[in-house]
Design a protein around this ligand. Structure first.
Ligand SMILES: Cc1cc2nc3c(=O)[nH]c(=O)nc-3n(C[C@H](O)[C@H](O)[C@H](O)COP(=O)(O)OP(=O)(O)OC[C@H]3O[C@@H](n4cnc5c(N)ncnc54)[C@H](O)[C@@H]3O)c2cc1C
Length: 381
């Protein structure tokens, strides 16, 4: 067994850390205050190859391993967890297209990911269906040389900024097998968008999207009719471990600051790190972060080696965002009143990371996957 990253991965991490610190970190808090997506962010990430990490080189991508995508997310998360949404969305949606689209569709759509011209979003959730997504209602009504989309999607990350969307719509009967996936140009005038006023990740934003008879053709159907739900849900797999690392990157930035504070800040005539009440939570954070990182990278390594990794990805999905929230909260307390001010990035990190406890499926869904693996379907919820 060898738990070390190889030389290329170590230098990629160092390059990412330098770049994210210089290019992303200075905008982390100002972007939150303006609460608007900054288009330069997509160009900056695209210039570093981060919007097409997992896309094959023949379509302009990096053809990177899942482990490398995890390293990128972790380092970006340390500087600006919100910028990581572009890594996650492009990896998730890029993978769905790579696995299910035709060669013509890939050639038409994927190069735009690499240049940053395409900012994609994924539209699954509806007002009446979140976890219960297989029963979604947005209708694809046959018409013209394809369908017309009628209905509402909600809670869509990058919904206000996206240029294109993968939309799940009902083309057939009830349940998952009646659902198909479509590639939709978001500039269509029959789409209207309404933003959420969110607690966190305000520079990325979520939106509700109304589809009022939006035409889609057969050339925009991804995969086979009726296969959309399964192909999209299969995409929500190893990216969960990438999301875990994005959160852990954000979490790790806080103990770094708290450790320095524990050395510098004095109370009762000594550095506060001398008090066990201060140093033990830092020791616990370091231990838990290390454990969760191992789970995330194990899931990604298994994926790269074409081994079963659903349980590990599910463990990463529920544990890493939760742990990150707890670690950031604890560090805020260690830094005291100063960290409660909006001058400090710690409170913002807390607000931002909480969203990822829900965003890609809740902890309960992940625990369902894990418990089914442990008990067998016949004995699990
Ligand atoms: C920051 C953020 C970003 C998001 N981005 C996107 C996006 O880009 N695209 C998109 O389509 N959606 C997105 N979502 C929506 C997200 O996928 C849903 O919020 C999520 O699937 C849960 O659905 P819900 O919020 O409707 O909760 P519900 O499904 O109503 O669940 C409410 C509660 O009940 C629990 N619950 C439900 N069913 C079960 C069960 N069977 N067993 C145990 N517990 C259960 C849930 O875990 C949850 O705690 C985003 C959400 C957030 C917060």
């Amino acid at each position: 067994m060898d738990c070390r990253f190889d030389e290329d991965q170590v230098s990629f991490r160092a390059e990412m850390r330098r770049w994210a610190e210089k290019v992303l970190a200075p905008h982390y808090q100002t972007d939150d205050k303006t609460a608007r997506f900054r288009p330069q962010l997509a160009s900056d990430l695209a210039n570093m190859g981060l919007t097409a990490l997992r896309i094959p080189e023949e379509y302009g991508g990096q053809g990177a391993s899942a482990v490398v995508a995890g390293i990128a997310a972790e380092e970006v998360g340390r500087a600006d967890v919100n910028a990581g949404y572009l890594i996650i969305n492009t990896a998730l949606i890029g993978d769905i297209i790579v696995r299910n689209a035709t060669d013509e569709q890939k050639a038409a759509w994927l190069p735009g990911f690499a240049t940053g011209e395409i900012v994609p979003c994924i539209c699954v959730t509806e007002p009446g269906h979140g976890t219960d997504a297989a029963n979604l209602e947005l209708k694809a009504v046959p018409g013209g040389d394809g369908w017309r989309l009628h209905g509402e999607k909600t809670s869509i990350t990058l919904g206000m900024a996206a240029t294109h969307a993968v939309v799940l719509a009902r083309t057939g009967g009830p349940g998952a097998r009646g659902v198909s996936a479509f590639w939709v140009d978001m500039s269509n005038e029959k789409i209207s968008r309404a933003p959420f006023d969110d607690l966190g990740s305000r520079a990325i934003g979520r939106a509700s999207l109304h589809f009022d008879g939006v035409p889609v053709t057969r050339a925009e159907l991804i995969g086979l009719e009726g296969d959309g739900f399964v192909s999209v849900m299969q995409g929500f797999d190893y990216p969960r471990a990438v999301i875990g690392l994005l959160c852990l990157g954000a979490a790790q930035a806080s103990p770094d600051e708290a450790l320095q504070w524990a050395r510098d800040r004095e109370a009762f005539g000594q550095p506060i790190g001398k008090f066990q009440g201060v140093s033990f939570p830092l020791a616990e954070s370091a231990t838990y972060i290390r454990g969760a990182r191992h789970v995330c990278y194990e899931a990604l390594w298994l994926k790269d080696n074409e081994l079963e990794h659903s349980a590990e990805a599910a463990m990463a999905n529920f544990w890493a965002p939760r742990l990150s929230t707890e670690v950031i909260h604890q560090c805020l307390l260690t830094l005291g009143h100063l960290a409660y001010s909006t001058e400090s990035p710690i409170g913002q990190r807390l607000r931002d990371v909480i969203g990822l406890e829900i965003g890609d499926g809740t902890a309960q869904v992940s625990k369902l996957v894990i418990s089914r693996g442990l008990l067998g379907r016949a004995y699990a919820p």
